[in-house]
Design a binder for this molecule. Structure first.
Ligand SMILES: O=C(O)CCC(=O)N[C@@H](CCC(=O)O)C(=O)O
Ligand SMILES: [Zn+2]
Length: 344
């Protein structure tokens, strides 16, 4: 029997196993690969990978890599599943501890962003709020936080978390990352180089702490964390995975413990924006003036009214601002979009 079948059952791999057990927690299972790497299936969509103690970890790091926090963002899920299949098939050897996560299996199974409530607003303990009590996403946020806590307790040195997403709208800048806000922390150059290696050449600096998965791992675990947006969200089977080869190659290189490639200074440059305003749905009188079909990074001139309600009118300030993730169909008090301004 192949390693894949031992872990996931006849004819299955991690993704098909995760979809088939989406409605219930799968039992724990451990398999040791021929090269001594331990693979522990901790729960549905939750895998802990540990190289043998005798192997060196040249980059001295540990990685949490997640996808499918939104169930309809399928390309990053397929990317992680392919990388895992390569590892299980013996195509390369793992050098560092890795926690691999498929975030929201029931939503993945039905091809929706979430089933009851947006999982990526429930981290940092937000899942404990009474209004989320008993909802499947609240329980999943608790399970994921606990798994990340346990992983970081074992592997706290140079812990990094990449939470992979795709966007609802097209983007004028196709691939971009968001760096969660932590007071006084700057983005390390090594992380910028990794993002460029992954063909992500735009970075957004958050202006305050949030309740996203990357914000949780950054604040609570001290990880270097990013939400990474890799293109437009499409259903399973419709992704052109060649568009994701940058992130796939960069993650494989990190998992193998290889040194970063030499940067080509002229062509590789990160464009950085800072978030200047988070638009929230304020309730009955909230009016959002961004049309439904504008792409991410559409820029607005100073003075443009972006949103208003009976008490507030938000206008673009003294220099142009861009819109990210515009989405008027969110519950009261949730994010309708982000306004950004270029830093360089
Ligand atoms: O395209 C959209 O409107 C949403 C894409 C998405 O899921 N983005 C993440 C960003 C998380 C962050 O701010 O770090 C989200 O909204 O959860
Ligand atoms: Zn997403």
């Amino acid at each position: 029997m192949s390693v894949r079948e031992l872990l996931f059952g006849t004819g299955r791999d991690w993704l098909s196993h995760t979809l088939s057990t989406a409605e219930h927690a799968s039992s724990e299972k451990v398999v040791v690969l021929d090269d001594g790497t331990g693979v522990q299936r901790q729960d549905t969509g939750l895998l802990y990978l540990e190289p043998p103690a005798s192997r060196s970890n040249p980059n001295n790091e540990s990685l949490i890599v997640s996808a499918g926090i939104h169930g309809n963002e399928t390309a990053p899920i397929e990317v992680l599943n392919h990388l895992l299949n390569e590892l299980l098939d013996g195509q390369w050897h793992l050098a560092c501890p890795v926690l691999l996560i498929l975030g929201n299996p029931p939503a993945m199974d039905t091809g929706v962003r979430f089933t009851d409530v947006n999982l990526n607003r429930l981290f940092g303990g937000a899942h404990r709020k009474p209004e989320y009590h008993g909802l499947p996403e609240a329980e999943r946020a608790r399970v994921l936080e606990r798994a990340c806590d346990a992983f970081s307790a074992r592997h706290s040195t140079n812990l990094c978390h990449y939470d992979l997403h795709t966007a609802i709208r097209p983007s004028l800048r196709e691939k971009f990352a968001l760096y969660p806000f932590v007071d006084g922390r700057d983005v390390p150059q090594g992380q910028v180089d990794f993002l460029l290696e992954a063909e992500v050449n735009t970075l957004l600096l958050q202006h305050r702490e949030g309740t996203t998965f990357s914000s949780f791992s950054s604040t609570a675990l001290g990880a270097e964390s990013f939400t990474v947006e890799l293109g437009k969200a499409l259903p399973f089977g419709q992704n052109d995975l060649t568009r994701f080869s940058g992130v796939s190659n960069a993650l494989r290189r990190r998992m193998k413990g290889e040194a970063p490639p030499k940067q080509d200074g002229a062509s590789q440059q990160m464009t950085i924006f800072k978030v200047v305003h988070e638009i929230l749905n304020t309730g009955d009188s909230f009016r959002f003036h961004v049309p439904d079909d504008v792409p991410n990074f559409t820029m607005y001139d100073p003075g443009t009214v972006i949103w208003e309600d009976d008490g507030t009118c938000y206008r673009v300030g003294d220099s142009p601002e861009g819109i990210i993730f515009p989405n008027r169909n969110v519950p009261v008090n949730q994010r309708v979009g982000l306004m950004i301004r270029p830093c360089n």
